[in-house]
Design a binder for this molecule. Structure first.
Ligand code: FHN
Length: 586
């Protein structure tokens, strides 16, 4: 594993240990080497399957015949469904068509190395016959198969690791049940009793199904603390020392062990700790009939490359229908990703992070076993240069031994701007083309302007290239930043997927040459407005951070976000690379 990942592991352990030194609950001791070995399969995995499956799947995002907004697994909230109406729906949950062998074989053929399934989401329904509740697959449905056991057996058969998702928030449990789910928080009238319930259920899951990963969620509950999370972490590691636990067992914005979990967002650069980004194949996590926002194969493959070349895993979500069948679109998406991953096996599973992975045309990574003196670089080309020449930025070489495409050499020219590869003879892959560069005599990656930003991994990043641009005189340049923003009516807008409620500090990664500055940048998000005066940076090519302010985002899921001119004083607004929403503790 490459030095950066090792450094990340050591830093994260050190960081977490220091975080916990001052706390009542002490994180159980573990050496860096023991942590590294325990995480090895995970950091090698690159790609996993996320499954959201529960009673909510029976509704498909609709209530009283009408589609309900936002995530389908949140339908109790957005459909304003009472417990009396919702709880009996469990009787309709019958995974008759759940073919565990087919689910896991599909995941393996996609190139996935592990899966995580929602064994209990916020609704509180348990996908196994638990001794501690009747709101489960055993009693509430009369369905008499052990689907978690079947999935675990299929994972063992096909060589995938089996993981279980468990929500800290539980709308059904008496300690938290309300007449209506009316927001992100739940009441808590018996914390001790509920923690004992959680520990008993988690012990059931570990003893029956031996999950390799325990994936927590709902850590934003105000009654749940870092100490509670560290205590639960220690308890679970005591039950299974090899178990990997995600950082939402405690408080995701403070805790980095065992790994960070950005959601529907990919950090701008590699992080100093192990991490996995979870994304959906469309928009809703749970099955939603009306959700046809299927991500293209190109978007999914490039997303996986973007995440992997920054040292993370992609956990890609499918929302099965109530009967256990998958939407055909999901099957086709995973099939296409599997074909690409299989055709580029070394570039996917044999690559390690380079400190400056982002290029204007795509990403770079280095082959495992490479050293700064000699090795091989993978170039993943997303945007093919018009002149067929690929500039390699933020990385210098002692001697470029050979740049090849499928073993055919490609001409390389070097100048003060770095090296440029003539790729005109290469055949482009419609999703991403992989070139290989053998080097000797040294390879030195350099940080880029974007890395001036501190990356915790919890930031929500809205990239320029994912914006919807409206109005004249505003363009996306080099697929990297919004520019020529001179029309005061022109706007850039996004859909922000909020993973957890709370306060967020909003920043813009921007540039603005002197003489063009002075206007207000105005951001509207979740119905609130932030403005900041644009100050000059060292030029259009020098990007810096503009603080826009702090905003409360109180609802999980899709939130509209729009950026444009406030008071117009300068000749332009600015060039924008990205908007960053950084969660801050209450
Ligand atoms: O509220 C959940 C949501 O339903 C979904 O499970 C995602 C997936 O990680 N997590 C929470 C929102 O951040």
């Amino acid at each position: 594993m490459n030095t950066l990942k090792n450094l990340g592991l050591i830093l994260s352990v050190g960081l977490v240990s220091s975080l916990c030194v001052t706390r009542a609950a002490e994180l159980m001791p573990e050496s860096d080497e023991a942590y590294r070995q325990r995480m090895q399969w995970f950091t090698d995995a690159q790609f996993g399957l996320f499954i959201h499956y529960g009673v909510y799947s029976t509704l498909g995002g609709e209530w009283n015949g009408q589609p309900v907004q936002k995530y389908a697994e949140w339908i109790q909230r957005w459909g304003q469904i009472t417990p009396e109406e919702y709880i009996p729906l469990a009787a309709n949950f019958r995974p008759d068509k759940l073919d565990a062998d087919r689910w896991v074989k599909t995941a393996r053929e996609a190139g996935m190395k592990y899966m995580v399934i929602t064994t209990k989401h916020h609704e509180g329904f348990c996908l196994w016959d638990s001794a501690y509740t009747e709101y489960d697959l055993g009693e509430a449905t009369g369905f008499d198969r052990d689907i978690l056991g079947e999935l675990k057996a299929a994972c063992d058969k096909y060589g995938l690791k089996f993981g279980t998702y468990y929500s800290i928030i539980d709308w059904h449990h008496p300690s938290q049940r309300a007449s209506l789910v009316s927001g992100m928080q739940t009441p808590m009238n018996d914390k001790e009793g509920y923690v004992a319930y959680m520990k008993a259920q988690l012990k059931e899951l570990i003893e029956r199904y031996h999950p390799a990963v325990m994936w927590f969620d709902g850590d934003w509950a105000k009654w749940w603390t870092m100490d509670d999370g560290i205590d639960l972490y220690n308890y679970l590691r005591g039950l299974d020392p090899e178990l990997i636990i995600n950082n939402r067992v405690a408080k995701r914005s403070q805790f980095k062990k065992d790994y960070g979990t950005p959601e529907n967002s990919t950090p701008d650069a590699a992080l100093d700790h192990v991490w996995e980004a979870c994304w959906t194949v469309n928009h809703s996590w749970g099955f939603k009939k009306s959700d046809t926002r299927w991500k293209s194969t190109k978007e999914l493959i490039q997303k996986q490359i973007d995440i992997n070349t920054k040292g993370g895993n992609l956990l890609l979500n499918v929302g099965p229908q109530a009967d256990g069948s998958w939407p055909e679109e999901s099957i086709q998406q995973l099939k296409a990703m599997g074909a690409w991953n299989a055709a580029h096996h070394e570039a996917v599973y044999g690559a390690d992070v380079v400190a400056a992975p982002v290029q204007s045309w795509g990403k770079i990574a280095q082959a495992k076993g490479s050293t700064p003196e000699t090795g091989e670089l993978f170039a993943y080309v997303f945007d093919w240069p018009e002149n067929g020449k690929l500039p390699m930025k933020n990385v210098t070489f002692g001697k470029v031994a050979a740049f090849t495409f499928e073993n055919d050499p490609l001409p390389v020219s070097t100048s003060e701007r770095g090296i440029e590869i003539d790729c005109s003879s290469a055949t482009t892959d419609p999703f991403a083309t992989v070139l290989r560069l053998k080097y000797a005599g040294g390879m030195t990656p350099m940080g880029s302007a974007d890395q001036a930003l501190e990356h915790s991994g919890n930031e929500l990043i809205l990239q320029a290239r994912s914006a919807t641009l409206e109005g004249q005189a505003i363009t996306l340049e080099n697929n990297s930043h919004i520019g020529f923003w001179t029309n005061p009516e022109a706007t850039a807008s996004w859909t922000l997927d909020v993973p957890a409620p709370g306060k967020y500090r909003v920043k813009a990664l921007y540039s603005c040459a002197k003489g063009y500055d002075g206007s207000d940048a105005r951001l509207t998000v979740a119905g609130k407005t932030l403005t900041a005066v644009v100050k000059p940076t060292a030029g259009w090519r020098r990007f810096e951070v503009l603080e826009l302010g702090v905003v409360n985002l109180n609802e999980v899921g899709a939130t509209d976000c729009s950026l444009g001119f406030g008071n117009t004083r300068g000749k332009a607004l600015f060039n924008l690379k990205s908007l960053i929403f950084e969660p801050i503790e209450p």
